[in-house]
Design a protein around this ligand. Structure first.
Ligand SMILES: Cc1cc2nc3c(=O)[nH]c(=O)nc-3n(C[C@H](O)[C@H](O)[C@H](O)COP(=O)(O)OP(=O)(O)OC[C@H]3O[C@@H](n4cnc5c(N)ncnc54)[C@H](O)[C@@H]3O)c2cc1C
Length: 388
């Protein structure tokens, strides 16, 4: 990949190089062995954290690196490009860390940020519900007061990493005392809280991180479990969603680069006629296209990260959605072309590319699907009418 100091500072380039060197020592073989063993990427997580990579976006006074999403997205992209992405970076430092750093009480910041920054603690994020799906306005997980405590009841689905996370940041609703309307609010729910039940979903995605269905049945939480202020829930949610989209773009770009790299290496040496297969334009052009589309997606991701880090939440919202869309599509195409380039070997366990087909589709569906981004751009950017 070519970079220049016009788009990225020397510090950014040094960060890329350092993360790439770490990723190279782990790589796809490490991830594949974890999936086989049902284990988690603890060693890589710990090493990345020790080097300051995982908390690079969190405030310095709480043990973070004091940088932003531009830097955190570089970390995830480079780990992905080496074949060993850390999915939980999307939720733990990016969503949960950001929400707590921006909106948490002083006590919550002191309790959580140093651990999220040094990797000793992890937090999952649960918003998706079985009966709401893409329509998050329809979520029904509800908190009601019981004396000083909260009682939280509802269901969530597809929540990643609940088994390894010390707590899950749950998006719910409370009733507005004045209007009786339900309003969004976020709760920190420690993993072993009584009534907080999880069951693993059997997914086709081959990744060490697992997805869970959650049932919360009158889960009793202390007053301090509510993040920040009861009236700032929606603002908090939006603050967390932009980093989530930027980081999903980074995840997709990393995976796309990894698959493309493998295909290019193969196409340079595999020879069945006079020249290596990479000399045939039917192989070369789709790979060149995949490269262009990945580069374009990265540009949009860089724009989104810059806007977000500069405090322009509104501008970042549009750019982060477009970056997630572009990166998801570029990743799906790159992986598809990579598998095809390897012919029969593209479908073998030995080469390990076919399982990325499912992995790449995650970036098209989550955290917000391709269609919902197209809806957003149709309505918000183009001012077209809504069909739903
Ligand atoms: C591997 C993985 C990890 C995940 N991790 C998490 C996590 O950690 N936390 C979490 O909260 N969630 C997580 N999710 C959930 C993810 O965010 C949702 O799957 C996603 O938001 C889509 O919701 P849904 O699956 O209910 O699909 P649905 O909302 O049922 O959508 C199904 C299809 O219909 C389309 N559709 C729906 N409405 C419209 C419309 N108005 N116009 C056009 N098309 C429409 C969608 O685009 C999609 O293609 C994860 C999902 C996966 C696969």
């Amino acid at each position: 990949m070519s970079t220049s100091t016009v788009l990225e500072t020397e510090e950014h380039q040094a960060l890329r190089a350092a993360v790439a060197a770490l990723g190279k020592r782990y790589g796809r073989a490490y991830m594949t062995s974890l999936v086989t063993e049902g284990a988690h990427p603890r060693e890589l997580w710990a090493e990345a954290a020790k080097a300051g990579f995982l908390g690079v976006n969190l405030p310095e006074e709480y043990g973070g690196g004091g940088a932003g999403m531009a830097e955190l997205s570089i970390v995830l992209e480079e780990l992905g490009a080496s074949g060993s992405p850390l999915l939980m970076m999307i939720v733990s430092p990016a969503i949960c860390g950001t929400v707590i750093a921006r909106f948490g009480t002083e006590e919550q910041k002191r309790q959580w940020l140093p651990g999220l920054a040094d990797g000793s603690r992890t937090m999952a994020f649960g918003i998706t519900e079985p009966d709401a799906g893409s329509n998050s306005h329809r979520i029904t997980t509800t908190a009601r007061r019981d004396g000083e405590d909260w009682l939280l009841t509802g269901r969530k689905v597809f929540v990643s990493g609940v088994d390894i996370a010390d707590a899950t940041l749950i998006v719910g609703r409370t009733e507005d005392a004045r209007t009786g309307k339900l309003k969004a609010c976020l709760f920190i729910v420690p993993r072993e809280t009584p009534g907080f039940q999880r069951s693993q979903i059997d997914m086709e995605v081959q990744a060490p991180e697992k997805q869970f269905e959650l049932v919360l049945d009158d889960v009793r939480l202390p007053a301090e479990a509510l993040v920040g202020d009861e009236d700032a829930g929606l603002l908090q949610l939006f603050a967390g969603l932009n980093p989530e989209r930027i980081m999903t773009a980074a995840f997709a770009i990393g995976m796309g680069r990894y698959a493309l790299g493998r295909a290019v290496d193969y196409a340079k040496t595999r020879q069945v006629w006079k020249e290596p297969i990479g000399a045939h334009q039917a192989i070369a052009h789709p790979l060149a296209q995949a490269h262009i589309e990945i580069e374009l997606a990265r540009l949009m991701m860089q724009k989104a990260a810059r806007l977000y880090d500069a405090g322009d939440d509104f501008g970042a919202g549009e750019a982060a959605n477009m970056a997630k869309y572009a990166a998801g599509e570029a990743c799906v195409k790159a992986v598809d072309q990579a598998v095809h380039t390897l012919g029969g070997n593209g479908l073998t366990r030995e080469y390990g590319l076919a399982s990325l087909i499912t992995g790449a589709r995650v970036a098209r569906i989550a955290p917000v699907s391709r269609e919902m981004i197209l809806n957003y751009i149709s309505h918000q950017t183009l001012g077209l009418p809504k069909s739903y």
